[in-house]
Design a protein around this ligand. Sequence first.
Ligand code: BG6
Ligand code: MG
Length: 229
Amino acid sequence: MDKIKGLLFDLDGVIVDTAKYHYLAWKELAEKLKIPFTEKDNERLKGVSRKQSFNIILEIGGIDLTDEEKEKYCTIKNNIYLKYINELKREEILTGVNEFLEDAKNKGYKIALGSASKNAGVILSRLMLNNTFDAVIDGTMVNTAKPDPEVFLLGAKELGLNKECCIVFEDAKAGIEAAHNGGMKAIGIGQKENLPNADICIPGLFNITIDDLISRLKDLNKGDCYDRL
Ligand code: BG6
Ligand code: MG
């Protein structure tokens, strides 16, 4: 029976809402390419790598480009995105996150970031969270994107923990799948209808503690038993 000792957090949509800035940047690029791109379409890009996101947009527009052209446009999009990110404020950390992380750390849990973003370093420093996590795994350190579990398996390894001792916090379908593909439980951040496979779904990290979540996981009675550290 494994005790939960490690918490692996996605960044975009769990710690901070950067989806709106990704949207504005992709929208600006899509307009240059005369591709209609809506906020609803943007939902499909959550948790998905930059390259895959652009492929989805090109698919919407029915446009085919060479790898070289795709790379050029992804760089343009990232430069637009960085203009927003460079203005990010600590107040944009999602409600309850600071308190949740502090409580978990005080209780002895190890915490890691597991993000697909190659901009995670900039975002953490804008939010003054660079010294908060015991390990940071981002899009520059992995070869395969979520739903592959690489980012979370590496996170557990960096924390010096077995994956069975870790749980994942995710707002994207691909991220929930990545956790499950790695053999870890996943707490969904968002609405249950968007994250039907999450083991537990909560609207955010407010009004809840890690103890509450672990006892709810225990109550799931799905054959696994989770104990508090
Ligand atoms: C994920 C976001 O965290 O990072 C995706 O949910 C984004 O929308 C991906 O495409 C890659 O981000 P970046 O910053 O490397 O372009
Ligand atoms: Mg996310």
